[in-house]
Design a protein around this ligand. Structure first.
Ligand SMILES: [Zn+2]
Length: 249
């Protein structure tokens, strides 16, 4: 089945995703994508999205996807920069309430409800010890897909749990290594979701992909010779969902 999931005989699906609604994504990332006609997925924290709502609205009008990245960006309290609202102190109920509120606020801002979610820090748990639970079921109830981070696999379309799609780091990764990810996934008909943060000229900064690398990556993916289906997370996830449903019938 994996041979036939992607349209037009494509061998691999690639999504370019960016987290945290950083200014550099609007100022450098979106123009690079637009120059080649590539569509990206941007996971927005509501507060940051609000600060530049008109620019995000313009990005959505160009065909980019705006997704949910929660209200509080809660991660483990073991990250020393992260002291408030840590996941160890959350419950599934509190997370559900937060994600629905974020959906509502993003819908108010942009008119459309987010269809996909990105786990802050790629972490999917709430609570600690014997009370620790996954909040993947919460994401499964309310989103077409939930995207992880720093996962050690590419997604198999016939198998992947859309509520926990694997994400592959793009920040600071040289062009050749990004292409190697895509080629490895193409050998098995898989889906690579690349994850970036800032888009800046200064590649020495942490969590950064350069406009040059991003532009070359788009060029590679849009060259028909490479058999890449470059689409947003929601568009690929919708196709995967349909394919999985058809295979059950
Ligand atoms: Zn984030």
């Amino acid at each position: 089945m994996s041979d036939s999931v992607w349209p037009d005989g494509k061998q691999v699906a690639v999504s370019l995703s960016f987290d945290d609604a950083r200014d550099s994504q609007l100022d450098q990332g979106v123009p690079v994508l637009n120059a080649s006609g590539a569509k990206g997925t941007f996971y927005l924290n509501v507060e940051r999205a609000t600060a530049r709502a008109a620019d995000w609205r313009a990005a959505a009008a160009e065909g980019h996807e705006l997704g949910n990245h929660s209200l509080r960006h809660s991660c483990s309290g073991n990250f020393v920069w992260h002291v408030a609202n840590v996941l160890e102190n959350y419950t599934q109920e509190a997370m559900e309430e937060e994600l629905l509120l974020a959906n509502q606020q993003l819908t108010d801002l942009f008119g459309d409800a987010p269809r996909t979610f990105a786990y802050p820090c790629g972490q999917t748990f709430v609570g600690r010890g014997v009370g620790r639970q996954s909040y993947v079921p919460v994401v499964a109830r309310h989103f077409l897909a939930g995207r992880g981070f720093r996962d050690e696999f590419y997604n198999r379309p016939e198998f992947v749990d859309l509520a926990k799609v694997g994400g592959t780091e793009m920040d600071g990764v040289p062009y050749d290594q990004l292409i190697a990810h895509i080629e490895r996934a193409a050998a098995n008909g898989q889906w690579v979701v690349l994850v970036g943060h800032d888009v800046l000229l200064d590649e020495a900064r942490r969590q950064t992909v350069t406009p040059e690398t991003l532009g070359r990556l788009c060029e590679y993916c849009l060259d028909p010779a490479h058999g890449v289906w470059l689409e947003t997370v929601a568009t690929v996830a919708e196709r995967v969902r349909q394919a999985q449903m058809n295979s059950i019938e």
